[in-house]
Design a protein around this ligand. Sequence first.
Ligand code: MF3
Ligand code: CO
Ligand code: CO
Length: 264
Amino acid sequence: MSVSIKTSEEIRKMRIAGRLTSEVLDYITPFVQPGVTTNELDKLCHDLIVDVQQAIPAPLHYAPGGHTPYPKSICTSINHQVCHGIPSDKVLKNGDIVNLDITVIKDGFHGDSSRMFYVGEPSIQARRLCEVTYQSLWRGIRVVKRGAYLGDIGHAIQSFVEPLGYSVVREFCGHGIGQRFHEEPQVLHYGRPRTGMKLETGMTFTIEPMINVGKAAIKQLGDGWTVVTKDHSLSAQYEHTILVTDSGFEVLTLSDGCPPPPLV
Ligand code: MF3
Ligand code: CO
Ligand code: CO
């Protein structure tokens, strides 16, 4: 399978799916407080997506090759969890940081976005990690335009975070997205300028850097999904779904409650 170029009608549907995805993150924000369980956050998001948005939570029963079906509607990755954390009866406590990753299917098209949330007051280290990770996502987004290369995106992220002492997770990457959750191409969060695939107008893909305070190495837990840092250092991630345009990019996963793009 090669990279799909979306038609204007498909882009119209991707904009809708993207906005709904971001609106789930807006909706859940006030509920992320000390004392809430990740199962409660999952149920709130599930019910909004299904009952109000009349859409489908893509993670539920998602089972890409070799994986056991994902059992919940959102991903909740806490502290040293890198990604794909499974909601449970675990209670969030003051000082935790948690990534909520939402993927919504509307009218056959996917939107995919995640943000970090502070549970109560974060440590200085945790806040700084989240800020740097968000800035790194936007460093990657801002190089997107027709004629740029995938390697330009990875390089923009890696060359920003590594001099600050952080590391980039290698095993997971951004991905093409559309009628399928994970399409080609793979969007690595490290790399060299002017390498890899050339970007064309109408491509849609995610950028979703996973950045660690400690070493880059990760391991997967026995539940078949949850990924954690090997050294148990804190990890953060932000994700947007992006459209390549002639002049640059369009972020498809925007809504009123989105954190503003960083100034630099
Ligand atoms: N939303 C994740 C991504 O950004 C994928 C989650 S797969 C799941 O690609 F099954 F864990 F939900
Ligand atoms: Co994604
Ligand atoms: Co995602």
